[in-house]
Design a protein around this ligand. Structure first.
Ligand SMILES: [Zn+2]
Length: 433
């Protein structure tokens, strides 16, 4: 199927032609086949008018836990450790395949409707999550997050076997729409078993996998690690070879200047999760410093239980605002830099050919309604996208050339059925005493 967007304002994130007015963008199959200001040759199955609209790359949410949508708004007013121990872990103990699927489909509906086309997930019940991703049509880097509380052969853990099965079944599925990453949950949930870090680092090399880890989210976690090992989590994991294939390090609120140099050297992306870090009172990552050290910075919502939203436009706005206030520098993080974090930088983090409107890139695109009152007038497209847009301004979401959502309608998800499954099964199963 060939689709043409015509007379659209294209915010491409391509440095050679960043913003094109009255542009034409053609999609053939999975990819973008033409970008320019002249109408392209050829015939198209469908032409979509872009008058009054902005076409931009679909957003990349580089860190979340999809099924945690079930716990949206649960355990408010806690810091990370109390929130996890008193609310989240007891709820997670009751999860089963059916409830995880309901929560994941809800998460995917929210993500797609608010313009996300690619997501990095770290959780368990990953086969159920992969099935939902398959149905919904979004791109996903899925990881079976490993924890280990005693010294043992990590390859004998049930979770390790699940990770291997996940890789065998889903890695590269549907032309690479699903990729399987390796993942250590965090240092504080695995320090009893350093063999896990070494073995998993080597496994990632042998399987050409990316690595997803929570890093230095809270001050106590960061300092406890230094007390235990004499090293920061980033440096400790490096010693055990966990970063051999690069990595996606979520949070990085307390990483040191030396950590930042190491991250730049090893190709480790810092995923900034500003809302989650603020809500759990964890702190604020030093994003301008990370950028100065040459670290790739992407954006994530984190699980919805600590956000409480999957709307990436909120993260873009926070990323572009927060650091101005902290540093009292109005150019600390620009609108363009924040948009880059949610697109090209996210694509680099997840090693995907997306995040940019350019020929040969994967056709992951969103159309934003710039006739909405909140987006009028428009003196600067990127300023409006970063500071005035929210997910509800997204009119169309396309992933790999397939339209997933248009004018309020989901084309791959039966939202009514998802709501029934939540109400009739998942929520009572988890939360009713
Ligand atoms: Zn997380």
């Amino acid at each position: 199927m060939a689709i043409l967007f015509e007379q659209v304002t294209a915010v491409t994130m391509d440095p050679t032609q960043p913003i094109l007015h009255n542009a034409y963008v053609a999609v053939e199959g999975n990819s973008i086949s033409y970008v320019g200001t002249q109408p392209p040759q050829g015939t198209f199955t469908r032409t979509i008018s872009g008058a009054g609209k902005v076409l931009m790359p679909g957003l990349v949410n580089a860190h979340t836990h999809l099924p945690m949508t079930l716990m949206r708004g649960y355990g408010g007013g806690c810091d990370l450790q109390h929130w996890l121990n008193d609310y989240i872990f007891p709820a997670e103990d009751k999860l089963d395949s059916r409830s995880v699927k309901a929560g994941t489909m809800l998460a995917l509906a929210e993500l797609i409707a608010s313009g996300t086309t690619c997501v990095a997930d770290m959780y368990y019940f990953c086969d159920d999550i992969a099935q939902c991703v398959d149905t919904a049509g979004i791109n996903a880097n899925l990881s079976r997050s490993l924890v280990c509380f005693q010294e043992q052969d990590p390859t004998q853990m049930e979770s390790w076997k699940e990770m291997e099965a996940l890789y065998e079944k889903w890695n590269g599925y549907d032309h690479g729409r699903i990729l399987v990453d390796a993942s250590v949950h965090a240092e504080y949930t695995s320090f009893a078993c350093p063999a896990l870090w070494e073995t998993l680092g080597n496994w990632a090399v042998n399987h050409h996998c990316n690595m997803q880890v929570h890093i230095s989210e809270t001050q106590s976690e960061h300092e406890d690690c230094i007390h235990r090992h004499g090293k920061t989590p980033i440096a400790l994991f490096d010693q055990y070879g966990l970063w051999q294939t690069g990595g996606v390090a979520a949070h990085c609120v307390y990483v040191s200047e030396e950590d930042m140099d190491l991250m730049a050297q090893r190709g480790i992306t810092a995923v900034h999760n500003p809302m989650s870090n603020l809500k759990l009172a964890s702190g604020i990552a030093r994003v301008p410093s990370l950028l100065k050290h040459g670290v790739n910075v992407a954006l994530g919502t984190d699980g919805v239980a600590s956000n409480n939203s999957h709307d990436m436009f909120e993260e873009i706005k926070l990323a572009a605002t927060l650091h101005k206030g902290v540093t009292r520098d109005p150019m600390a993080v620009s609108a363009h830099e924040a948009l880059s974090m949610a697109t090209v930088n996210g694509a680099a983090a997840l090693k995907r050919n997306t995040g940019m409107i350019a020929e040969g890139k994967q056709a992951d695109l969103i159309l934003v309604d710039f006739t909405a009152p909140a987006l009028t007038p428009c003196h600067d497209v990127e300023e409006n996208l970063a500071f005035s847009s929210n997910g509800s301004h997204v009119q169309l979401t396309m992933a790999m050339g397939q339209i997933l959502y248009e004018n309020g309608q989901f084309l791959t998800i039966d939202l009514e059925q998802v709501q029934h499954k939540l109400k009739d099964y998942a929520l009572p199963h988890i939360f009713q005493k």
